[in-house]
Ligand binder design. Structure first.
Ligand SMILES: C[S@@+](CC[C@H](N)C(=O)[O-])C[C@H]1O[C@@H](n2cnc3c(N)ncnc32)[C@H](O)[C@@H]1O
Length: 141
């Protein structure tokens, strides 16, 4: 297995759109031609001007509805967590709690990727900034 990806959102419509795996071609411009050929199909089964995630790519992904404010069924550990443009909805105390919950699910040295307008403000952060809104979990904590 190349990777296992858990993809979540609170909104079931968003999840079913994502699980359909169809993207306007302009959304794929950041992906190399080689990767596009490997992981996407754009044949007659796909809407004009769109590409669909291949069955090989879809087989790596589990889609689930999840309220980040509720109980989490997943145990981890995860190598990478992407949480982009979601914490903007939460107050600072809620964000701090969420960051700690993410830290508990990540392996030491794992990555937390936030949206470009988001950051970790905790005084005693378990993370180190290693790229533009990319944080690495410090080990041994
Ligand atoms: C601005 S969109 C960002 C979507 C995507 N991460 C991106 O960067 O394109 C925010 C998403 O957060 C989801 N969301 C809002 N509150 C949430 C919660 N409590 N738990 C899980 N997802 C939530 C919304 O349904 C929405 O799909």
């Amino acid at each position: 297995m190349l990777a296992k990806i858990l993809a979540t959102d609170i909104d079931s419509e968003i999840i079913s759109t994502a699980a359909n795996g169809e993207y306007p071609l302009e959304r794929l411009t950041g992906i190399s031609d080689e990767r596009r050929r490997r992981w996407f199909v754009s044949d007659s089964s796909v809407r004009n001007g769109h590409a669909r995630a291949s069955s090989a790519l879809q087989s790596l992904i589990t889609f689930r509805t999840l309220n980040l404010m509720g109980e989490w069924p997943m145990r981890g550990p995860f190598d990478v967590i992407f949480c982009r443009n979601v914490m903007i909805y939460f107050d600072q105390a809620t964000r701090d709690r969420l960051i700690l919950r993410y830290a508990s699910l990540l392996v030491d040295g794992g990555y937390l990727c936030l949206g470009h307008s988001e950051s970790i403000h905790m005084q005693h952060s378990r993370f180190k900034l290693v790229g533009r809104t990319i944080y690495r979990k410090l080990g041994g904590q």
